[in-house]
Design a protein around this ligand. Sequence first.
Ligand code: IMP
Ligand code: MG
Length: 178
Amino acid sequence: MKKVVVKDKTFKVCISQEKIRERVKAIAADISCDMAGKKPLLIAVLNGSFVFAADLMRELDFPCEISFVRLSSYAGTASTGKVRELIGLSESIEGRSVIVVEDIIDSGLTMQEMLTMLAEKKPADVRIASLLVKPDNLKVNLDIRYRCFDIPNDFIVGYGLDYDGEGRNLPDIYVVEE
Ligand code: IMP
Ligand code: MG
């Protein structure tokens, strides 16, 4: 079993790069079936999704575009508390088909906020493509149309996902060791 140390924790391989490639190809085929001809805009949520988004997009063999966004937190007024803002989306998405590309959906709260902010921009439709989902931790009801793997509630790194900034460059997905 391949192991790595990232900062102060030891991780072991849980999903190999070969398995990832297989599943990315499979959901790319589903997306191609559903979306070819709609010229969708992929919206990849930084930072974690950049590796998945790059691999997914290269499996799509029809016209599509990509844009990268992030949700930034800033302190609002005392009354509003913490406010989050969508940054990086310069193009109009009005009337367009959008696919939000995420690395992992855990509680689902980030994705829910994302969908709310995108809806204000009046896209034709929005679908979610997530590399990983932790279904036992979901706190909101989300229609996750395209997903590569459902995983248990353990902390993972690799393939774009980080532990405190590190581990994104690992080609496989690793789970923390107890
Ligand atoms: P949510 O709002 O709880 O769905 O959180 C989603 C975000 O939490 C992801 O985009 C990741 O940045 C982070 N996250 C959740 N679980 C993990 C994990 O196991 N490893 C690394 N990051 C994670
Ligand atoms: Mg993310």
